[in-house]
Design a binder for this molecule. Structure first.
Ligand code: SAM
Length: 295
């Protein structure tokens, strides 16, 4: 960690010198509290041989906290003016600045490959950024991100929680996530009108050896109508409520259950059952026989 972190006076002075007027569109709320930076870096559980990926370094508050702690830092910033100024604020041979949109990052853009995502994320794109990076960067072993508190709650919720939904299940596909604390608005400039929360996640093997897109299609369908039973909610996806029921029973999931009660493993079981019972699948033959017996 650099000796001097940025406090309120430095942040204001830096922004004035660069002519930066923070925009809501890019989620620009800059950290000006060294204690919060130290807290984030400590909570991230970084190792000296880690390669950190920071999305949205902004004026460099967190970047200063990361250099020297890890082997290398990649900082990806969409705002060209901020990206250009970063090497002056954080002079380090172990920093690569990428003036780019994090949602378009590819593994080949980042050498050495990042192992940890540590970021105060732009709140409007936080969930898609985390999911995109987990899908795109296989070497990413985990991360610590700051997001809007409600989003932190959603990302770390489990089945049965009121806020459990698509982001919770999709993140659970890749990683185990847990809340890592709350951050008050006062540590940012400008002060946002929401609380922030930290989310720590550790990658794990996916719950099934299945096409991720096929599982995510079930998740999207189940939560598009979260008040409905799965039999009804998955009707469009399956090709009718009867077919949805057949797939659900084959997966060992009650057709009367709702998506909000299912683990990511159960969503995977539904996708697997649909695959088995699809054209050429084993189940389709037995299901056809059953239909013939029934009729
Ligand atoms: N890390 C800095 C801090 O803590 O002070 C700034 C965090 S600020 C919440 C979010 C940053 O993400 C801004 O600098 C913004 O320009 C940048 N940003 C917004 N959308 C982005 C995107 N799609 N890709 C990369 N950076 C983005």
């Amino acid at each position: 960690m650099a000796d001097a972190l940025l406090g309120p006076a430095e942040i204001r002075e830096l922004a004035a010198r660069l002519g930066v007027a923070p925009t809501k569109k890019l989620g620009q709320n800059f950290l000006h509290d060294p204690n919060t930076i130290r807290r984030i870096v400590a909570a991230a559980g970084l190792r000296p041989d880690d390669v950190a990926l920071e999305v949205g370094p902004g004026l460099g508050s967190l970047t200063l906290g990361l250099v020297g702690v890890v082997r290398h830092v990649h900082a990806v910033e969409i705002d060209a003016k901020l990206a250009a100024a970063l090497p002056d604020t954080v002079p380090s041979a172990h920093l690569t600045v990428h003036p780019a949109d994090a949602l378009r990052l590819r593994a080949a853009d980042l050498d050495p490959a990042p192992t940890m995502l540590v970021a105060n994320l732009p709140y409007n794109v936080a969930v898609p950024v985390v999911l995109h990076l987990l899908a795109e960067l296989p070497a990413l072993r985990g991360g610590l991100v700051m997001v809007q508190k409600e989003v932190a709650d959603r990302l770390t919720a489990g089945p049965g929680s009121k806020v459990y939904g698509v982001p919770s299940v999709k993140l659970a596909w890749y990683a185990e996530a847990k809340p890592a604390g709350k951050v008050p608005p006062a540590v940012f400039w400008p002060v946002p009108n929401v609380d922030s929360g930290l989310v720590a996640f550790t990658r794990r093997d996916p719950p099934a050896d299945l096409d991720r897109a096929a599982v995510f299609a079930v998740v999207d369908a189940a939560f598009a109508q979260r008040r409905k039973t799965l039999r009804a909610a998955l009707a469009g996806w399956a090709g009718g409520p009867d077919r949805a029921e057949q797939v659900l029973r084959a997966a060992g999931v009650s057709p009367q259950a709702r998506g909000e009660a299912l683990t990511v493993g159960e969503f995977a079981a539904i996708a697997a059952a649909a695959k088995l019972s699809g054209p050429g699948g084993k189940l389709s033959a037995s299901a056809r026989q059953q239909e013939e017996v029934d009729s």
